[in-house]
Design a protein. Sequence first.
Length: 471
Amino acid sequence: MIMSRIEARRDEDTAVNGNLADRLLAGLPAEAVLTDPDVTVSYANDMASFCPAGAPAVVVLPRTVEQVQHVMRTATELRVPVVPQGARTGLSGGANASDGCIVLSLTKMDKILEINPVDRVAVVEPGVINATLSRAVGEHGLYYPPDPSSWEMCTIGGNIGTASGGLCCVKYGVTAEYVLGLEVVLADGRLMSTGRRTAKGVAGYDLTRLFVGSEGSLGIVVRAILALRPQPPQQLVLAAEFASGAAACDAVCRIMAGGHVPSLLELMDRTTVKAVNDMAQMGLPETTEALLLAAFDTPDPAADLAAVGALCEAAGATQVVPADDFAESELLLQARRLSLTALEAVSGTTMIDDVCVPRSRLGEMLEGTERIAEKYQLTIGVVAHAGDGNTHPTVCFDAADPDESRRARESFDEIMALGLELGGTITGEHGVGVLKKEWLAREIGPVGVEMQRQIKRVFDPLDILNPGKLF
């Protein structure tokens, strides 16, 4: 009897999913609709740890705006949840599937529609890879600054969804500052345009900013107008070695208080430096407790590096080494870009936190994280966009060890609590997703949560867009 009930439910699920697929195929080519469970399961989750994921009923890969509209009209009529996805490089579970959902993968909408050097804008579809856009605009002497560490894989749509940042934010800012306008398919399939392509514009509420960072919970971005800058000169990099994290953070404060505008200001702690050396034999100084990388893309970067080098020495740097040329600079930056991959190799699994604190309290954040690592007897490496105060404490653990996994999760929560204590935020660029739902409520409070829920109800009254994320 029990087996017959299970089989009946399976038959019912198959019938429902079959009807859904048929309805979707009425407006989509066959190759755009994936129903094989062995295939759809590969779209179930992003790169976050400790985030539950369901089994999608179907995966859809549209190529046109009209096809996205058809998907959303079908989802609304059948009351089926829709989970938008890009390259699934996210670290908060924001792209994780829910049971019985339509996964709406936008990776096939990957055209750069326009690059305009006069207006300094690019118009792109959401599936364009960040690095592809950067190289394309570079051919026109232009620059798209946001550069997440996953820039060779992540999509512009995903960057918009999580309001992502990157290494250059200290000078150039985050994704939100470069999104001028959007075309968005709403939950019921209507197409809405927001923003502008002009240099200025203040007509009505800024709905563009509302969608940036909304993690696909308000609508499906199908086109974006992005601001561009003139291509800056190649940057030169300086590496400064410190005997303590506190001294390195003191140097960061001196640099920012001195009015300097580096194009990059990054920090790696001793755990991270060792991990990078172990993986790639980079020859970084393992005697250091903290390594600070500063870069300038000004007309005279050597002079800027000399001034910053003097501030690092005043803060207690044991060694300051400016790069002689651009090739040496790239080698230093490669070490920073390898940080997260190297930390993954330490224990096999990582939880990457994304706590941002005021720059003036960066030293306290590093010291507190070190105490948490000792308390839970775990390896926690810290890399940071130090010029922003945006830290990435990375908890290394063995996922096959239940006790170690428990300690990893508890240490992760303590790190977020520490960030809030220091006047910071639980996420600077990775988003909330599933991983930090409880912590978002703590950060913004009950009134803030209720107002955000009301905004979602305006755009998504049936709660079919990425349900269960954010709050």
